[in-house]
Design a protein around this ligand. Sequence first.
Ligand code: C5P
Length: 291
Amino acid sequence: MTFSAPAKLNLALDVLSPRPDGYHELLTVMQTADLCDIVTVLPSRDGEPRAVSNRPELPADGSNLALAAALLFRENTGFPAYMPSVLLRKHIPAGAGLGGGSADAAAVLRGLRRESGADISDKLLLSWAAELGSDVPFCLFGGTQLAGGRGELLTPLPPLPDCFIVICCPGIAVRTGAAFARLDNTERRRKPDISGLCEALRKGDLALAARYMCNVFDDCPGAAQSHAKTAKSRLARGGALGASMSGSGSAVFGVFADCRAACAACAALRREYAQTYLCRPVPARRPESRG
Ligand code: C5P
């Protein structure tokens, strides 16, 4: 059973108050982009669940989110009947704020529901997704959505108008928990206007939406931020309508209306940052709930 797992971007991200459970309240507009991992769920050879991938640094045990998703689905439904392992062909850079692990886990939940034919409501699947991680619920159906709470309270938004997205990763892995802790001790200089972005999306105005792209993590001191500053100004000089960091970093993305400008900016940035990709937005998947 092989499933595709597209990356997520935060078009805008504001972090509000810390919560007693160790998380932070946030308000963010999330978007899927067609930079995809490929996830296969298959029977374990020796009855031990395992995650195998082209990135040896990723965990092979149940702390791997894709494997955790397969085990959670099996525990709740009895499907698949065999003990699952997962094979991950990773293309989404890790520790980049692109939700790679979350995308993989969501693809497993979505794919196993389809393959099993089980009558599992979207609401139930979303609750399993939230158990796995804050970004997994968004990644289940993707598209363009407003997320609140710790990321699991979702409201669909009108799609980002058709465009080209250049994603640039400086190859620095950021640990999300540590980045949130650093943010708590950082004086904020920017306040993302999330409702302005939602309004621009409602108008279907790409240029206006791009002007609202903003991420509070851009204010944190760190190596990822200094690369982000350089990459953002190069994207802007290359004709991006807007550019921002995704998640807690380290990836930066720029949004272009013009295909040629996007291709040229991608090629130029790739000379310095090998992990630079030309992508397109992915529309929301239709919920498949029969429940
Ligand atoms: O939910 P997830 O496992 O992706 O979160 C990783 C870490 O990021 C959390 O342990 C927490 O430190 C931080 N986080 C947060 N507030 C959020 C989401 C994540 O503080 N809304």
